[in-house]
Design a protein around this ligand. Structure first.
Ligand code: ADP
Length: 231
């Protein structure tokens, strides 16, 4: 079943504070991901991989093209949907693990992780138990689970972010460098989480600089080429 279908995505950044300098990044990118598939985005630094991910999530508005995401029984064009619909698609259907955790002051790690499940209607106690189980699995000790992640190390914050990204079981999942700051043991745990997600039918798109991770989870690669006119 088709879960994500992007056609002809174009994105040019216009730097208004620099006299309107135009930075063309994406031009006619196509991507199709079916249930149970994991596609890796490859290409040199600056090619536009993160820009494509943010466009797929609706954080950047694509200038052209369509980005259909399966949301319940329908395909929603995230590039054109109104903001309230984008939020509903993100709550129920489309997960995104960014490279860095956006830290909310005073909220303990456990609740940071539980929140996407609570937003989908899981009772708080049950969501917290699931959050603790995921954090245990990712080797975040209990004493840290009770603290806000602001003071955590980069690797600990990334694992909290991953737990938050995986808890809600979204059918489409975008992963931006999910193992960049992890040691080998935790990297293998993340490989396990990604495989479990695809086995239950999730469609995953990821940027994986670590070739071992890419090889372990992705069956296909989309090569994002630097734009020829790029500054
Ligand atoms: P990659 O993830 O492949 O390393 P990026 O998508 O981060 O590449 O960046 C692609 C190009 O787009 C780069 O030239 C970068 O400077 C530019 N870019 C990315 N985000 C913005 C932005 N918000 N404003 C202006 N230019 C941007």
């Amino acid at each position: 079943m088709m879960m994500l279908e992007a056609r002809g995505i174009a994105k040019t950044f216009v730097l208004h504070l620099q006299g309107g300098t135009r930075i063309p990044v994406l031009d006619g990118v196509d991507l199709q991901v079916r249930a149970g598939e994991c596609v890796a985005l490859s290409g040199p630094s600056g090619a536009g991989k993160s820009t494509l991910m943010r466009s797929l999530y609706g954080s950047y508005r694509a200038d052209a093209g369509s980005i259909l995401i399966r949301h319940g029984g329908v395909m929603v064009d995230i590039a054109r949907a109104d903001p309230r619909l984008v939020l509903r698609v993100r709550r129920d259907s489309l997960g995104y693990v960014s490279q860095f955790l956006r830290v909310v002051p005073r909220v303990p790690a456990l609740d940071v992780v539980a929140e996407p499940a609570v937003a989908r209607g899981v009772p708080l106690d049950q969501a917290r138990r699931a959050a603790a189980a995921l954090l245990d699995r990712l080797n975040i000790p209990h004493r840290l689970q009770a603290l806000p992640p602001a003071t955590f190390s980069g690797g600990e914050q990334q694992r909290v972010n991953l737990a938050r990204g995986f808890i809600a079981g979204h059918p489409v999942l975008l992963l931006d460098e999910p193992t960049a700051t992890l040691d080998d043991a935790n990297r293998d745990i993340v490989i396990g989480l990604i495989r479990e997600a695809t086995r239950r039918g999730a469609a995953v798109v990821g940027i994986f600089h670590d070739a071992a991770v890419r090889g372990a989870v992705a069956r296909r690669t989309l090569n994002v080429q630097p734009h020829r006119d790029a500054a």
